[in-house]
Design a protein around this ligand. Sequence first.
Ligand code: IDP
Length: 140
Amino acid sequence: MASERTLSIIKPDATERNISGLIIARLEGAGLRVIAQKRVWWKKKDAQAFYEMHKGQDFYKGLIQFMTSGPIVLQVLEGEDAIARNRAVMGRTNPVDAEPGTIRKDFGVNMQRNSVHGSDSPESAKREIGLCFKKSEIVG
Ligand code: IDP
């Protein structure tokens, strides 16, 4: 598998608890390299654009409120099989279902406040990286 890039977000529940560094250590420990990173506070329109595919879902409104409730850390991660590798180290969406040793198992609070986001396919990675970063901000 060739080197791949994925978009990662450290969500507001994690920045609030000041555990970004602990999460980054897990990502690096899984063989992922942070090649772009910035801390931002999303406006409603930013969160709506990012999560447009979830519009109409029961959890959509709460998700937008949550993702605009505090600072987040946007990252581009690079590595072999980065998309699947990141999803594996994140764990399942609901922390109670997440595998032992995963970020969501160890740090997630609940189904919504689950500490991290990671792109789920090459198409989403491309779209999400393009939405969040200029080419000049990515230093691979
Ligand atoms: P993923 O983040 O594991 O890819 P998605 O289904 O794409 O999961 O959902 C995006 C985000 O929306 C989740 O990470 C979580 O924060 C939130 N979410 C998803 N399903 C629910 C739910 O049933 N209740 C509350 N929040 C949810």
